[in-house]
Ligand binder design. Sequence first.
Ligand SMILES: NC(=O)c1ccc[n+]([C@@H]2O[C@H](COP(=O)([O-])OP(=O)(O)OC[C@H]3O[C@@H](n4cnc5c(N)ncnc54)[C@H](O)[C@@H]3O)[C@@H](O)[C@H]2O)c1
Length: 471
Amino acid sequence: MKTSLSLSRISRRQFITTTATAIAAPTIIPASALGANGRPAPSERITMGVLGWGMQGPSNTGSFMRESDCQVVATCNIDKKHLEASVNEINKKYKNQDCKTYHDYREMMARTDIDAVMLAVPDHWHALIATEAARNKKDIYGEKPLARTIAEQQAIVRAVQSNKCIWQTGSWQRSERNFHYAAEIVRNGLIGKVTKVEVGLPSGHHDFAGTGKPLLQKLAQLPEKVDDLAKVVPGTPAWEVAVTQPPPELDYDFWIGPSKMEPYIQARSHMNWRWNYNTGGGQLLDWIGHHCDIGHWGLGNDDTIGPLEVEGSGEFPAKDALWNTCTRYRITCKYPNDITMIIAGGHPDIRDGTKWIGTDGWVWVNRGNAFESSHKEWEDTRSLPEEQRKVRLPFTKGGHWRNFLDSVKTRQPTVTPVEVAHHSALPGHLGLIAMLAGRKIKWDAKNERILDDAETGKWLTRNYRAPWKLG
Ligand SMILES: NC(=O)c1ccc[n+]([C@@H]2O[C@H](COP(=O)([O-])OP(=O)(O)OC[C@H]3O[C@@H](n4cnc5c(N)ncnc54)[C@H](O)[C@@H]3O)[C@@H](O)[C@H]2O)c1
């Protein structure tokens, strides 16, 4: 079991201490090893390997590199350009050439001198990489949603628990004051008994990578004049234009990994993999780990209680369309104690963000420090009198990334441990299954299985492409 830092690190620290005592001339120990400039000595820093350098990887890594007791020592990527950009950025920050590069995450995970890893890879890779990290006793900062399927999420939870790893999820809204304040108001019963929670998420598709636009410009030249990538299907001239050779810097076979092999289409690789169910889960699963996570926090449903019934309807492009994820959706989850949660995208009556409605009032919260409520004084003060804070939700000191590093040292849970990430994403996964099945599903929250419906039960998992296996 880990105590403070891993055994290998403790040995390393002991080695440095012993050496420093035994050798008379202190000049042979580099100044940096003694913690020059107020920085903890290298032997006292949390060593980290980072995976993924697209939309989220650089910002997570930047946050960790700003913490003086963390040292990023390795970076892994299957895209040579991303790998190069990451190692350059890391070495520039530390003014050295020490960061090692890896193509295969298994080699990086095998390093015993790495304490922690930051995972910012597409959703279809979460389970394999996170379980490999856990088996290698790494503490893990992993992105939301926990995984692409419920079975994969369960595998991550088991691996993290059995290896006693610290886990922090990228659900960073928990480390923002307005979300914490709103959830505490609800948890302390100030809006009375909660009857409804509204979770408003984005709809449609968004061309994050900017790779959809140039493709659409080409498609506009075709006689069919295709104006939406959700309308492009195999066997059409538009599809022929979309499919190209992968660029030489990208190991596309590795990138597809455990998912079904598909021809390379730039507009659904980096960043835009979200809009293809082979690799992502659309807006619903991209955002469930944020606003539903906050909804559960207020309800106190973090790691024990799940929805009991889930039904929903959505608008889906053709299954094999280039962008095929649901564009508009409305999901109703029934929780114990007569609480209903509505999760919706593209329905104007459900506002973006999280709103709890109770018998004595309501609270709504969103990004950008947004907060509204039925009680004007809550909006004015933005803090609860101490006597009303009978339930105190943990608040991170110094931010979400700092919270992870503190937990690595203290071995206390982070503000979004793995069980929380699992439960936050469950309503999204179950909602998607209910929409695809076109019927209400009953969820056995204790045993985590779909009741009386063998057909939909199959969608809790997915087939892996050989040779990949979830261990
Ligand atoms: N917390 C947040 O606010 C937030 C915001 C954006 C994205 N995310 C999450 O971060 C994760 C990454 O999303 P993104 O938008 O940055 O994706 P992206 O496509 O922009 O970047 C993914 C990176 O992972 C690399 N990669 C892919 N497979 C790999 C493998 N097997 N081994 C090593 N590297 C691999 C890619 O080359 C790329 O550098 C997703 O889970 C996403 O949901 C979270």
